[in-house]
Ligand binder design. Structure first.
Ligand code: FMN
Length: 312
């Protein structure tokens, strides 16, 4: 793991530059070389305090300048990151462009896709989840929350050679438990399917979607009997569906916060899934989780003004 260290003149191109990342070991370094055009584009975006994308000449690589982090997506799926504020300072100093550091504004729709790179420092990486789970919600840095929400991307291609650490699964399950629920009755149950044969059968019960056979498979079920409220059965059924759905959504976000990817499976034969996991409860969704075989930016959505109806 290397960290962005400095910018220096390029030996190859007079007006380009070399961006250098350094690891703990002196010899451990990554270098990105930009030619004049690429560097000019980067400088233009950074000097405007803007976000944007610079395509590199090799036609494979690009630089995504986000509000918080700038991501260098290079050939062979290698990704380097630098805090945008640090990169901006270095680049503008290098170009002798006067500048002042500005506070970061976080608006989710202004985020450019930004991907969390794994660090060995688990405590730091799980700051968000730890603060949720320890009840110290005030300690949450809001940018972390928006970062997780706005960078999540479903994956159907898992790196099956990589096991998901059990402590991560525990955190994902614990996050489900923190979800709001009708009357706080938690009208849902989660089935953590580890058994390989059962996973294969779940593929069949999910319209043969092969990625259901994922490193981690969680089946979320509704449990209306837990909802001890004096309402007609159809309301309790609705509440338990909403409870199970919210819990799965919390788990999905927790998975993203932990550097994992997931796919939500709603296309299931409920009767079959029920038989496979051995329950009378009605399944609502299956959440399949693992390390993505390669990280991708989030999908676009409609414009906020088309989504939100303001009634004054
Ligand atoms: C209720 C629901 C049902 C879904 N069912 C399936 C499914 O059966 N199979 C699948 O591959 N993806 C399924 N998805 C995943 C969506 O296709 C995916 O979330 C969507 O394309 C948006 O992509 P994103 O999650 O990367 O933003 C489902 C998602 C939801 C919320």
């Amino acid at each position: 793991m290397t960290e962005f260290s400095k910018i220096e003149s390029s030996y190859l191109s007079k007006d380009g530059c070399r961006l250098v990342w350094k690891g703990i070991d002196e010899d451990d370094q990554d270098v990105v070389i930009l030619d004049k055009d690429e560097f000019d584009k980067l400088v233009e975006i950074l000097s405007k305090d803007s976000t944007g994308k610079v395509e590199l000449e090799d036609q494979f690589s690009n630089i995504l300048i986000n509000t918080d982090t700038t991501q260098f997506n290079l050939r062979d799926h290698k990704t380097l990151e630098a805090p945008t504020s640090v990169l901006r300072k270095n680049v503008l100093d290098f170009k002798k462009i006067p500048h002042e550091p500005k506070p970061i504004k976080i608006y989710p729709k202004e985020f450019f896709p930004s991907i969390q790179i794994e660090k060995e420092d688990h405590a730091e990486r799980n700051k968000l989840l730890n603060s949720i789970l320890s009840g110290k919600a005030k300690a949450i840095d809001v940018s972390d929350l928006f970062r997780v929400i706005s960078t999540r991307r479903s994956t159907r291609n898992f790196d099956t050679s990589r096991m998901v650490e059990e402590w991560k699964v525990e955190k994902i399950l614990a996050a489900a438990d923190t979800a709001p629920s009708a009357g706080n009755f938690q009208g849902f149950e989660v089935f953590y399917v580890k058994n390989k044969e059962l996973k294969k059968r779940l593929v069949e019960a999910a319209n043969k979607q092969p990625y259901v056979n994922a490193p981690v498979v969680l089946v979320f079920c509704m449990d209306p009997a837990r909802v001890k409220m004096k309402f007609p059965p159809e309301i309790l059924a609705k509440f338990s569906l909403q409870d199970a759905t919210l819990a799965a959504a919390y788990s999905q976000l927790a998975a993203s916060a932990l550097g994992l990817s997931s796919i939500w499976i709603g296309m299931i034969d409920e009767e079959e899934v029920r038989k496979i996991i051995g329950t009378d409860l009605k399944p609502s969704s299956i959440l399949c989780i693992g390390y993505p075989d390669h990280k991708r930016p989030p999908k676009s959505r409609r414009k906020l003004k088309d989504l939100i109806h303001v009634l004054e």
